[in-house]
Design a protein around this ligand. Sequence first.
Ligand code: HEM
Length: 497
Amino acid sequence: MITFLLVFSGLIVCIVYLIGIYNEYYWKRRNVAFYKKHKVTSVLWDFVFKKKAVYLNLWEVYKEYRKEPAVGIGTFITPSLYVIDPTNVQHVLSTDFSSFNHRGLDVHKDDLLADNILFMNGNRWKLTRQHMTPLFTSTKLKSMYYIIDKSALDFVQHLNENKQLLKGDTFNTLMSFCSAAIGGAVFGISTGSIFDSPFLDMARNAFKATFSSNLSFAVLTLSGNLSNWLGLKFFTQHEKFFIGAIKQILRAREKENVKRHDFADLCVAIQKAGKMVDKETGLEMTPTDELLAAQAFFFFAAGVEPTATALFGTLYELGKDPEYLEKVHKEIDEAFEKNDKMNFDIIMGMKHLDMAFSEAMRLHPPIGFLTRQCIRDSVLPVGNIKVDKGSKIFTPIYEIHHDPKYYPEPEKFIPERFAPENKHKIADITYMPFGKGNRICVGLRYASLQSKAGLVHLLRNFTVRSIIHEGGPKYKAQAVQVRPYNVDVEFIPRNVA
Ligand code: HEM
């Protein structure tokens, strides 16, 4: 038995070694630099075994190969390219979208809640995205604003009634606001205790980093086939609760005669219309409760964690910059003096708030990097790099946002970078907290609105002070999320009429 194990382990080591050599050779032949630290698992090794967030590992590669247009990295036996030059990034995300429209993460077909726009590909993705987009038009957002506003007002009251929440684990506290806001605005959920609902628990756990979830993500990134062969599923533990809840919401809404213009209304209309049909390709999809629940599931998850990161990042930066905080307070106070109530236009028209929010999203983009897969041979313009069908692509977000070439003094919070008179100096492709191209975040306008409404009501009622624990800011080992910790934000009540 021992001999067998020794021979078997030796064989595995040899195979891994040969794959590493193959990966290196693959890119060398194309005149592309190769990241040699882990030739088979590259940035995923330290993610799983050293608990270092993937984007921070990519950041190391970025700094080392800053002058290269792209770097080959090992992801098992699939050729993978980490694209560094912004023109090449633009090519992948936007210019040659038809060659790179695949997300590069092939989830298990029985992972029902993963059958959402984020993970879908090809014509199914296109058709589903087309049907979901109407939820996020300006008209829809304007009509749902009053619900977001109410959640923010209720949240302020909730903080006032639970003073222990004013200091300590503010990220978590902000997640409860985000869950209530998206639950109310998008799904019409208003349970008795909206800041402590089972939906919030689900959103908190959906993308939680644990050793096994990180390992599963690493396997999925290395090889979709291997992940499917191992039967890895990510969200099955939420299926019963969430699909059940969505079914209940939809059945209740079918019986109601009131139009709320939210996700549930949209779903009822889609189901009433019968099959979803792509006229160009003839593809037909049935909008089952499960398919719609999968979309809702991701909307909910995205409405909670990344949105809480955006809020937290802004409050944290403002809490360190009393001078700029004063400007934002002034802008918000003036808006309240002039208007009885906030609305979409007032919130979205606040200049200093927008500058602070944009700069915080640059410093702390809630999603650190993007993935794509090449579905048709292509050539990256800078370096003339041939990319074969099937290759995986990683593109930077955090790294570009922190590159001194694009943002002088990149670690400093300088909202003036996003002042109307300066904005044009920032190239479109060097700022992408919501991604870029046709797969850009569907909920970006909703997420900005929800975050800004939260910020306005919080800062109307509280001022903030940032707390930096010993050792300074750190980042959790998340798969794609950028989640700061070891820092916090304290709310201090203001005396406003
Ligand atoms: C501040 C909060 C948020 C941030 C920073 C964020 C960021 C992102 C990013 C970077 C992507 C990938 C885009 C790409 O591949 O080019 C994405 C995709 C997506 N986001 Fe968001 N997001 C946020 C909130 C939301 C919300 C609230 C929703 C829905 C209500 C949402 C729905 C989606 C969907 C459906 C996709 C997949 C799009 C596709 O593949 O076609 N996001 N988001």
